[in-house]
Ligand binder design. Structure first.
Ligand code: TRP
Length: 364
């Protein structure tokens, strides 16, 4: 389960998807048999409420891991919002929406520590020694950062955009997280975190394995496409079903989804991506296979498929939406959850930073 491609600390191993997948498979086996000793750290940028792509792609998986007994830390990554945009916007509102969605889907604040970057100074301070462990070419090679720069439409790379993978290493390592459930796009950041941990241990900790080299846990969940046939659900494109929508809005959105002219419904993600995407959503919501649902609808056409999908989604989301509505009534409670999480995160971050300063001889 640990590094299968461990190299010496001066030559970072290239991110290998196959290697990450193999490690990920081994961890899934460990989680089912013995989750003790696993500490999961996940995070999201607070940019607003979440949609069913987030839910089926990652949130549901986190709740499953929590239920299996994996210790959970959940980061509201507020400093990461300004990596590829100039301003944070309504950050209070975005954080509140994110917290509401977290708790509504079943992240349990009694068992999970929910906290945010900006409230945990010692976490942020770890970035300084960590930055000394990485090089400019290494940072500039990160494919996810390059893609984000291109998507932001900016000509010059911002300092935080270039270095945020090192900040993300601090997110994971401050609490000695060793398990990070992520999508493929985050693998370069996990690899960077492993390199930072390895180099810290060698350079500053005299070879002691002070920081663990965390593993990515790749989710088996499918990617949900946008309802307009676009490659991704994204709130800014308006092609989503938000968790917070009403059943009526959900039906309206799904009815407007792009499909094709063929009457017979079949599951063919390559040839018929839009119809297959609705089948995938319906399958996720019902626990059935997309093929099975396609066979049931048969010649019913996309009208029947849409109604089936909307009803399945509405039924699946009903308890989450009910809980969401309750939570919305109680912003004081939500803030209390975040404050308690911040307090726990600060205690752990202070301890880690104190040890790091000791390693570096910076105790005065
Ligand atoms: N980069 C992640 C994203 O864009 C969010 C994130 C911040 C994160 N810190 C993290 C994810 C630490 C996992 C671990 O979705």
């Amino acid at each position: 389960m640990t590094a299968t491609h461990r190299t010496d600390a001066s030559t970072p191993a290239p991110t290998s998807y196959d290697t990450a997948q193999q490690r990920s498979d081994a961890i899934w086996r460990k989680i089912s048999s013995d989750p003790a000793g696993l500490r999961m750290l996940t995070g999201d940028r607070p940019t607003g409420a979440l949609h069913i792509g987030h839910y089926f792609g990652s949130l549901r998986n986190r709740v499953r891991l929590q239920e299996l007994g994996v210790e959970s830390w959940v980061l509201v990554a507020d400093y990461q919002v300004i990596t590829d945009r100039d301003v944070v916007g309504d950050i209070q509102g975005s954080v509140r929406e994110l917290l509401t969605d977290y708790l509504a889907v079943g992240i349990d604040p009694e068992r999970a520590t929910i906290f945010c970057h900006s409230a945990v100074p010692a976490l942020n301070q770890l970035m300084l020694p960590f930055l000394s462990l990485v090089t400019q070419p290494e940072l500039e090679r990160n494919p996810t950062v390059k893609a984000e720069l291109a998507a932001a439409g900016k000509s010059a790379m911002g300092g935080l955009l270039l270095t945020y993978p090192v900040h993300q290493a601090a997110d994971i390592l401050f609490c000695h997280g060793n398990l990070v459930p992520v999508g493929k796009d985050q693998l370069p950041h996990i690899e960077q975190t492993r390199v930072v941990a390895r180099r810290f241990n060698e350079r500053f900790a005299g070879g002691e394995e002070y920081f663990p080299e965390p593993d990515a846990l790749l989710s088996e969940s499918p990617t949900i496409l946008g309802l307009d046939g676009g490659s991704k659900m994204s709130k800014s494109l308006g092609n989503t079903v938000m968790l917070r929508m009403s059943p009526e809005e959900t039906l309206k959105k799904i009815k407007k989804a792009k499909t094709d002219a063929e009457r017979r419904i079949t599951f063919d993600p390559e040839g018929r991506p839009e119809v297959s995407n609705l089948l995938t959503i319906a399958a996720q919501a019902t626990g059935r296979t997309p093929e099975d649902i396609a066979a049931e609808i048969g010649d019913g056409g996309s009208g029947t498929l849409k109604i089936f999908t909307a009803e399945a989604l509405n039924e699946h989301l009903a308890p989450i939406r009910a809980r969401r509505a309750e939570l919305e009534q109680d912003p004081g409670y939500l803030l209390g959850v975040l404050r308690a999480g911040n307090e726990r995160a600060n205690a752990v971050a202070d301890e880690t930073l104190a040890r790091v300063r000791e390693f570096m001889g910076m105790v005065y």
